[in-house]
Design a protein around this ligand. Structure first.
Ligand code: ZN
Length: 143
């Protein structure tokens, strides 16, 4: 299993527009918004060096991000670790008996293949595994 980098940090916000303003105040430029219907969120990416801040705004009242905002309010939602082979990583985690939210990879923002590890298995931190392929450019895209 190879973890290559912290791919991004996901932050739940009530409004991407408001969230973007905060980071622009810090001199971090945002590169575009993407809808991820599969996760019922709208995401905005703000590159910081080799990694990114991902703002998440819910697009449906029953989305995981909406539930997060309801119970915990705005703040850090997940940390995404970039892996070179998500199928291999998931297989190893299953063999090790690690509780997963996603048994199989699915598609996330930027065309990445992603899977979430259950926070009960990681001391309360929601960890996303992300494998980046040759994803098509995001709108106004950063890669
Ligand atoms: Zn993410």
């Amino acid at each position: 299993m190879r973890i290559c980098a912290i791919d991004h940090v996901g932050i739940a916000v009530r409004s991407i527009e408001e969230g973007v303003k905060i980071y622009e105040t810090l001199g971090i430029r945002f590169t575009g918004v993407e809808d991820v219907p599969e996760q019922k969120v709208k995401t905005a990416f703000l590159p910081v060096g080799e990694t990114e801040i991902e703002l998440l705004e819910s697009t449906a009242p029953d989305s995981p991000v909406a539930k997060f905002l309801e119970t915990r309010g705005e703040g850090i939602h997940h940390i995404a670790l970039r892996v070179d082979d998500i199928d291999e990583v998931l297989k190893e985690l299953k063999e090790a008996g690690v509780r997963l939210i996603d048994q199989e990879p699915r598609y996330g923002a930027g065309g990445a293949r992603i899977a979430f590890v259950h926070p009960k298995a990681t001391g309360g931190v929601l960890i996303e595994l992300a494998e980046r392929g040759d994803a098509p450019e995001r709108e106004g895209g950063s890669r």
